[in-house]
Write a protein that binds this ligand. Structure first.
Ligand SMILES: *Cc1c(COP(=O)(O)O)cnc(C)c1O
Length: 485
C-alpha cells in the first residue's frame, strides 16, 4: 500500500490522465445529483475487506460518482456562489495533495506558510490594510467569520479586565448578512442584532444609527463587533462600510468585513469605490473559492492586528510548546494561531501559485469580465418582455422575476433546466417573493448563456405536455418526401 509497485504506477498514470482530462473539459457536463439508492445500485459495494483495486475505484468515481456532482465550474452554473478555478490553481492543488505539507506551524511548513502569507499580504494591501496585517487561510467564510468574531470577543473581554468574562456578547450586523454570522454567534453563545437593510438590501448609516440609539446601556456594553457585508450573498450589494467604521470607532467596537463572496470586487476599478472604508476593518475575509478563481476550500482571513487573533486562538499543550519561542514577540508565524483550528493543509497555495503565474492584473481583468457579463445579463433580462429585473446589479448577482410564476413553477423550471444539462439556476426570495437569482463569477460565462436561460423562461414548465403535433422536430424530413419510418 505504501510502496510504488507497477500496479501503483498504472494507477498514477490513470489518475493524472483523469485529472488533466477533467480540467480541460470546456465546458464540463453540468451533471446532476442522484438519490442514495440510485448511487448504491450503480456504485455497488466499494468498501470491502480485500479492496476493489485503485483502477476500479477510479472507474466508479469517473462513471458513477463524479457525474452525480454538479459541475460548479460549468459556465451556466449560476446558483448560490459558483467557483471558476484557474487551471494553474487546480494543477497546484494536485501538487499540494502530493506533498501533504503540514501548514499549521512555521517549524513544519515554513516554505508553504511563507507563500500563503505572500498571497495574504496581497489581499490585505488590496483592501488597504497596514503592512503588519496578516492572518490565515481557513476552510470557508463560515470558519473565517467565526474565527474573526472570536478574536473580537477576546479583545472586548480583555479590555474589560474580567468584568465581561461571563457576559453574553452582542454582534451587530444587517438583515442582509450571511447566515454564518448568526451561526457563529450561536456557536459562541452570543446574540445578534440585525439592523434592517434598506430597500436595496444594504446596511446604511441612518438605520445603523437608529439601531444604536435603540440599544439600552446593557446591550451597548455587550456589543463587541459590527459585521458589515462587502457583497451580500443574496443580492450582491455592499453595505456602507465607511459609516460602520465611523460608528465602530466611536464605540470602540471591532469592525469585521465579510467579503466572502464580494471581497474580490476590490480588484475591479469599476466597483472599487463601493468598498470605501474597508481599510479601517479590524478583520476581513474573502473566499478565493468563490470569486478569486481558486479551488475549494479556501477563505483568506486577515486581521489588522494579528497579535489579538493570536492571543485569542493559540492552543497551549505540552507537545506544542516547541512551536513557540520563549519570547512571545519572537514566536514564528504559526497559521494555527490565527483561527479556530490546529492541523491544516496549505490551502492558500493554489491561489498563491496561480497569482504568481498569471500576475495580479489578470485577476483584476477576470473580475471585471464577470462584472461586465452581469451588467449585460441585467440588460438582457430588462429587455425581455417576459422577465423583470428587480435591482440593478452592484456586483455580479442579478435578481429578477418571471411575472406570473408561482414558486412551484420556478422550481419546476429550475429542475427541468438542470435535468436537461443546460443550466443550474435556483430560486431565492426577495422582499418576501420567490424570484430568480444568478451569480456570475466565471469569466467563461457569456451573455449568450444568459440569453439562453432567459429564453427558456418563456414556457410554463408546469403546463401539461402539448399534443404530439406540437412536439419539436429533431430531424429534417427526408429530401425525397418519402414516408417516415
Ligand atoms: C458564502 C458566504 C459565506 C460563507 O462562506 P463559506 O465559504 O460557504 O463558508 C459567508 N459570508 C458571505 C457574504 C458569503 O457569501
Amino acid at each position: 500500500m505504501h510502496r510504488h509497485d507497477p500496479e501503483l504506477e498504472a494507477l498514477t498514470q490513470a489518475i493524472v490522465r483523469y485529472s488533466v482530462d477533467r480540467m480541460r473539459l470546456d465546458p464540463p457536463p453540468l451533471d446532476a445529483p442522484r438519490t442514495p439508492g440510485e448511487l448504491r445500485a450503480m456504485a455497488g459495494r466499494t468498501i470491502t475487506s480485500g479492496g476493489i483495486g485503485g483502477l476500479e475505484a477510479l472507474r466508479v468515481f469517473a462513471d458513477v460518482l463524479a457525474p452525480a456532482c454538479i459541475s460548479v465550474d460549468h459556465p451556466s452554473f449560476l446558483s448560490f456562489v459558483p467557483g471558476a478555478p484557474t487551471e494553474a490553481s487546480m494543477l497546484f492543488d494536485l501538487v499540494l495533495g502530493a506533498s501533504n505539507i503540514y501548514a499549521g506551524s512555521w517549524l513544519e511548513g515554513a516554505g508553504a506558510v511563507f507563500a500563503e502569507n505572500e498571497a495574504l499580504r496581497w489581499i490585505a494591501s488590496t483592501a488597504g490594510l497596514p503592512p503588519e496585517a496578516g492572518g490565515v487561510f481557513v476552510s470557508g467564510g463560515t470558519a473565517g467569520n467565526l474565527s474573526a468574531l472570536i478574536a473580537a470577543r477576546w479583545l472586548w473581554r480583555h479590555r474589560a479586565d474580567g468584568v465581561h468574562d461571563r457576559t453574553r456578547g452582542l454582534v451587530l450586523t444587517s438583515s442582509g448578512a450571511h447566515s454564518s454570522v448568526a451561526q457563529a454567534a450561536r456557536a459562541m453563545d452570543a446574540d445578534v442584532f440585525a439592523v434592517p437593510a434598506d430597500d436595496r438590501g444594504k446596511l446604511c448609516g441612518p438605520a445603523l444609527r437608529d439601531a444604536l440609539d435603540d440599544l439600552d446601556r446593557g446591550d451597548r456594553e455587550r456589543l463587541f463587533a459590527c459585521v458589515v457585508t462587502a457583497g451580500t450573498t443574496n443580492v450582491g450589494v455592499v453595505d456602507d462600510i465607511a459609516v460602520t467604521a465611523d460608528v465602530c470607532e466611536e464605540l470602540g467596537v471591532w469592525m469585521h468585513v465579510d467579503g466572502a463572496y464580494g471581497g474580490a470586487g476590490l480588484l475591479a476599478p469599476s466597483v472599487r469605490h463601493l468598498y470605501a472604508g474597508v481599510e479601517r476593518a479590524d478583520s476581513f475575509i474573502v473566499d478565493p473559492h468563490k470569486w478569486l478563481f481558486a479551488p475549494f476550500d479556501s477563505c483568506a482571513l486577515v486581521y489588522r492586528d494579528p497579535t489579538v487573533a493570536r492571543a485569542a486562538h493559540t492552543q497551549h499543550a505540552e507537545y506544542l510548546d516547541v512551536l513557540r519561542g520563549a519570547d512571545p514577540l519572537d514566536t514564528p508565524w504559526n497559521p494555527s494561531d490565527y483561527a479556530h483550528h490546529l492541523s491544516r493543509r496549505a490551502r492558500g497555495l493554489p491561489l498563491w501559485f496561480s497569482l504568481a503565474a498569471h500576475g495580479t492584473e489578470a485577476y483584476a481583468e477576470a473580475v471585471e469580465t464577470t462584472l461586465r457579463t452581469a451588467r449585460a445579463a441585467a440588460e438582457v433580462i430588462d429587455d425581455a418582455p417576459h422577465t423583470e429585473l428587480l435591482l440593478d446589479p452592484e456586483l455580479s448577482v442579478v435578481v429578477f422575476r418571471r411575472p406570473g410564476w408561482t414558486p412551484a413553477q420556478y422550481q419546476a423550471w429550475s429542475d427541468r433546466e438542470l435535468a436537461a444539462g443546460r443550466a443550474f439556476v435556483t430560486p431565492t426570495s426577495w422582499a418576501g417573493e420567490t424570484v430568480l437569482r444568478i451569480c456570475i463569477v466565471n469569466p467563461l460565462t457569456t451573455v449568450d448563456d444568459i440569453r439562453a436561460i432567459v429564453e427558456s423562461l418563456v414556457d410554463d414548465p408546469c403546463a401539461p405536455a402539448g399534443p404530439a403535433d406540437d412536439a419539436p422536430q429533431f430531424f429534417d424530413a427526408p429530401d425525397d418526401g418519402g414516408t417516415r419510418g
